[in-house]
Design a protein. Structure first.
Length: 305
């Protein structure tokens, strides 16, 4: 039976993540030829080339099969690290588990769902934090004891991603002039007024797509719009100044529940949908004894198509 030591797995991962056999050698404190030899060994086990070759020269870029092997080895290392921590007698301090929720979705999270999630932790404390997209991403990259509810195409290393669905970006307004041009709660991107608010509590890729669509439809630059990530400030401006805002349906629903003057309009074309999901360590569901179906019932009042 063929085996791989943890050190060789780590060296392969380093080569894949740095795109450099030389850098992997430096990080692992071995020679560059030794790294190449280890890669040769793993390719022999796989039976396929895992790094791209140009003629006889191999570069540190993964082939499709190499990416699959990388993911498998990262997952194996993650399970090893978790097992080592769980059996370590030297570990005396309680480890705090974190539940991170991206700000726009905090008001829509089901309390029952959240209670089932945190009650599954039998060791260490639990902290629940509502924070912004960038802070969540930075935290899950550094800490392995957290579950994060986050939007966008998020695929951190050493993590499992459970899709929950997607939400739509809509235009919300109490402005009669905008409502007058809307037919059946639908509006065109060309009718979006300048100085419309853009809800910025979402991932950067979605914001860029919004600005690109507005640029094509209205020829307006980012300077013609206003970013805001506070739900309360957004509500005040929308009501008091009859403003308009492009926001997630989740935020739209909560604002309309608070003030019935507001109306939500879907875009007639080029609709922008954003994936929403949970990021967690590999094997986290099993440790908490929760099914994926349980984790997917995260919301009480949100429609996810």
């Amino acid at each position: 039976m063929q085996t791989l030591s943890l050190k060789k797995i780590c060296i392969f991962i380093a080569a894949a993540e740095t795109d450099s056999f030389t850098e992997a050698a430096r990080q692992s404190n071995i020679s560059q030829p030794a790294v190449v030899s280890i890669v040769d060994e793993i390719e022999a086990i796989s039976g396929e080339e895992l790094f791209v070759r140009h003629g006889k020269v191999r570069c540190a870029k993964l082939t499709p099969r190499g990416k699959e092997t990388y993911d498998a080895l990262v997952q194996a290392k993650t399970f090893y690290d978790q097992a080592l921590r769980s059996i370590s007698k030297a570990k005396k301090t309680r480890c705090e588990h974190g539940v991170l929720i991206q700000a726009p979705y905090a008001s829509a999270v089901s309390p029952d769902w959240l209670w089932r999630l945190i009650s599954g932790y039998t060791e260490g404390g639990v902290s629940i934090r509502v924070t912004d997209w960038h802070q969540i991403l930075a935290t899950i990259e550094k800490h392995d004891r957290c579950v994060a509810l986050i939007d966008g195409e998020v695929c951190p290393r050493n993590r499992e991603y459970l899709p929950l669905g997607s939400y739509e970006m809509v235009l919300v307004t109490s402005n009669p002039s905008v409502l007058g041009s809307a037919d059946n709660n639908v509006i065109s991107w060309t009718d979006v007024p300048k100085y419309t608010f853009i809800y910025s509590g979402i991932n950067p890729t979605t914001k860029d797509r919004i600005y690109q669509t507005l640029k094509i439809a209205t020829d307006a630059s980012k300077d013609h719009f206003i970013e805001v990530n506070s739900r309360s400030i957004l509500q005040q401006f929308l009501i008091q100044f009859k403003g308009t805002a492009i926001i997630p349906t989740i935020v739209s629903n909560s604002l309309q529940m608070c003030d019935h003057q507001l109306r939500s309009l879907q875009f007639s074309h080029s609709r922008i949908y954003v994936p929403l999901g949970l990021v967690m360590p590999f094997g986290h569901c099993a440790r908490l004894k929760m099914k994926h179906s349980d984790l997917q019932q995260a919301f009480d009042r949100m429609y996810v198509p």
